[in-house]
Design a protein around this ligand. Structure first.
Ligand code: BGC
Length: 723
């Protein structure tokens, strides 16, 4: 068995730096003059070749070190919802290692909790497992905005909303980094589709850039103090993101003051000079690194850089600056000192996976069917291939070798006492040809007819099989062709709903589906996302009422694809490899609400088994902030969680503004009959817009409406404020 611990150089490095004392002391010193002096002295010791060795990959998931000086390689791993299986130094899979780990719910599920504290717990698990496995950087969170329902990687990202994105990311990053491991905010920026991702050029207004696509990254940098950022594959305004002066130099390192390192996405460059000069610090992953003869020196940021410096085209100080950033990150993650131990596959980590799954589940519709009283259901039909399909090990780079994965079928059977008869029918087949298997539908219908209750578990998958590279719908490198469910699932759902009206429909997946054919006749619909290793248990507890659902949609579910702003106002998939984001800032509910398009389920929507009453709003201005207070009462019979959402509407403005924008929220748990005063403070930023005619943020004086609700379309209280 291989070992993950790298201890060989520690003693040497300790001597070299003469550093003594505990790890905490070093952390305090890491930005100090002493550390900077040590970094400078290391750089002075290095030859040019040694420096250049540090700015490109040295194996599939490491960048180079300088052994002579005790500088180790940096070790990276995907991310974003589990530490990936081992690759060894090349791309071939290491079979002989213990690398199955905690499989957390994916990004959209995390965002659906609307609970930033869970973001922190989530990050903590990743950091701890990454540390145990000898990693330095975990390649997550994924922060790209969910612009179209078709993007294959939506499941790895979080939301359509920049404010929710910003709030969830900070906890995640801090959770990882408090373990002494670097997080990596990716993919900077506008990798909002997989189709032609390596070539497509994204054009968007300054306003959309500032208001929609940048805030998540800004929060990661300025509030989370993220230590690394990964550039996106696509071009932005004509230049590849990883070589883009505006993105890397002007905005990230300039305006946002990012002090960490920028790495490229794997195999994403096409020009050495631009990459070197425009702010990239490490180039990762190309085919040149593949066996049998890996040639890392031939990377764009390899030997060519040495030649450019020697010929005076690039100043050596430019390379020094990259090495300085890399060394600074190494200090921050205690690379030169002994780390506290990480932990792996612990009960606590599994509990976090469960907690996130439980709070992520969204009850979309309930005509009195849910929760199901298990004492009244003696015969239950569980129908659908997704009921016993395992999702962890596919979908592209985010694949996780799960220590275990409780499927919905297992969760339901574990939960129910033995005297309940659970019958499973597959209902449809997950195959590459996407064909409809009518005999499976017939069998499912007869199962549903005989049952008191049937539970349909349907939706998307990452892969057609358990082959790691067999990407399907929610997957890297490929977008969906449609929002319609594949494999004849609509036919199955309609037939089962006729056979047994007491049917719960559970949707698995990371993105919306077109439900128009059956949404009206389904009495209960649950969005379960990809719930991680504990997803099946959490789902069963929600269905049978041991857990009261408290998740809220982090994205709008349109009725049909054509309703989505990227497909009506904007462009998708673009023409001649150019995508104009003509919808500008009207992404997600900003479009649906302003243009009065009825969604299937609105942003922020999520029902509960209890009811919440909102009352007594007060809006006060103090010291430039606006304090919104209200009373929230759990007026139903059971305990439950609610996400109080605060939206701001600008009533008069020189530039067009969305009907409303999320600017604050709070998740609260109340017992039956309990009342709590909720306070949410909005600062100036909540009222501003980016004026791209003036290139500045503007707070235009005038009246603003404050809308408080249980979703973007379920506003319970409102009031005005003059700014
Ligand atoms: C993905 C990144 C990932 C990297 C390394 C790329 O294909 O876009 O998100 O971190 O591979 O696996």
């Amino acid at each position: 068995m291989k070992t993950y611990f790298r201890v060989n150089f520690f003693a040497l490095v300790f001597l070299f730096f003469g550093l003594i004392g505990c790890q905490e002391t070093k952390r305090e010193l890491s930005d100090s003059d002493i550390v900077n002096a040590k970094i400078d002295s290391l750089i002075n010791e290095m030859t040019l070749v040694e420096k250049v060795n540090m700015i490109h990959g040295s194996s599939s998931f490491t960048s180079g070190g300088v052994e002579r000086l005790g500088i180790p390689e940096l070790v990276m791993s995907d991310g974003p919802h589990g530490v990936r299986h081992e690759h060894g130094r090349d791309w071939s899979k290491d079979e002989d290692v213990l690398d199955s780990g905690t499989y957390l719910p994916t990004g959209t599920a995390l965002a659906a909790t609307w609970n930033p504290d869970l973001g922190y717990e989530f990050g903590k698990v990743l950091g701890s497992e990454a540390k145990f496995r000898g990693k330095d950087i975990i390649l997550g969170p994924g922060l790209n905005i969910i612009r179209t329902p078709l993007n294959g990687r939506n499941f790895e990202y979080m939301t359509e909303d920049p404010y929710l994105n910003s709030k969830m990311v900070v906890g995640y990053v801090k959770g990882v980094q408090d373990q002494g491991i670097a997080a990596c905010a990716k993919h900077y920026i506008a990798n909002n589709q997989e189709f032609e991702r390596n070539q497509v050029n994204i054009e968007m207004s300054d306003r959309a850039f500032r208001e929609i696509y940048l805030p998540g990254f800004k929060a990661a940098v300025q509030e989370g103090e993220v230590l690394s950022v990964m550039g996106a594959y696509n071009k932005f305004r004509g230049e590849y993101c990883n070589q883009n002066e505006f993105l890397l130099k002007d905005i990230l390192k300039g305006e946002l003051g990012f002090k960490g390192l920028v790495m490229s996405d794997w195999n994403a460059l096409d020009n050495t000079l631009k990459a070197v000069k425009n702010g990239l610090d490490i180039e990762m992953g190309t085919d040149l690194g593949m066996l049998p003869n890996p040639e890392y020196g031939k990377f764009f940021m390899g030997d060519t850089v040495v030649t450019l410096v020697e010929n005076g085209v690039v100043e050596e100080s430019v390379i020094d600056e990259k090495v300085r950033r890399i060394l600074r990150v190494m200090y921050k993650i205690n690379k030169f000192s002994e780390r506290t131990p990480g932990a792996y596959n612990t009960k606590t980590h599994q509990q976090t996976a469960y907690n996130v799954a439980k709070e992520a589940i969204v009850l979309l519709k309930n005509d009195g069917l849910l929760p199901i009283n298990k004492n009244n259901a003696k015969k239950i039909a569980v129908i659908g291939a997704n009921a016993d399909w395992k999702h962890a090990g596919a979908g592209g780079s985010s694949q996780v070798k799960a220590y275990y994965e409780v499927t919905p079928l297992e969760g339901i059977t574990n939960f129910l006492a033995k005297n309940v008869d659970v019958q499973f029918s597959q209902g449809y087949e997950i195959t590459k040809d996407g064909g409809v298997n009518t005999s499976l539908i017939t069998e499912a219908v007869s199962n549903a007819k005989k049952a008191d209750i049937s539970i349909l578990i349907i939706g998307w998958v990452h892969g057609y099989s358990d082959d790691w590279n067999d990407n399907a719908f929610d997957a890297e490198g490929i977008d969906k062709h449609s929002m319609k469910l594949p494999f004849g699932q609509d036919e199955l759902i309609k037939s089962v709903l006729v056979a047994n009206p007491n049917t719960v429909v559970v949707l698995v997946g990371g993105a919306p589906i077109d439900m128009t054919e059956w949404v009206g006749s389904a009495k209960g619909i649950i969005q379960a996302w990809y719930g991680g290793m504990e997803g099946g248990n959490a789902l069963a507890e929600v269905i049978f009422g041991d857990v009261n659902p408290s998740g809220k949609l982090p994205m709008t579910f349109p009725k049909k694809l054509e309703d989505s702003p990227a497909h009506t106002l904007g462009e998708y998939p673009g023409e001649d490899l150019v995508m104009n984001y003509n919808e500008g800032i009207f992404v997600g509910y900003r479009y649906f609400d302003t243009y009065e398009v009825e969604p299937e389920f609105a942003f922020g929507h999520g029902l509960s088994y209890t009811t919440f009453d909102y009352s007594d709003i007060s809006i006060e201005k103090s010291e430039g902030n606006v304090k919104v207070s209200l009373s929230l009462t759990n007026s139903g019979d059971v305990a439950g969680g609610e996400v109080v959402q605060v939206y701001v509407k600008d009533t008069e403005s020189s530039l067009e503004r969305p009907e409303k924008e999320l600017k604050g929220f709070k998740k609260v748990f109340l017992n039956s009959g309990e009342t709590q005063t909720i306070e949410i403070t909005l600062n100036n930023e909540a009222f501003r817009y980016y004026d791209d005619t003036k290139s500045e943020w503007v707070l235009e004086p005038g009246k603003f409406e404050i809308l408080v609700g249980s979703s973007s379309r379920d506003i319970r209280l409102s009031g005005d404020v003059e700014m």
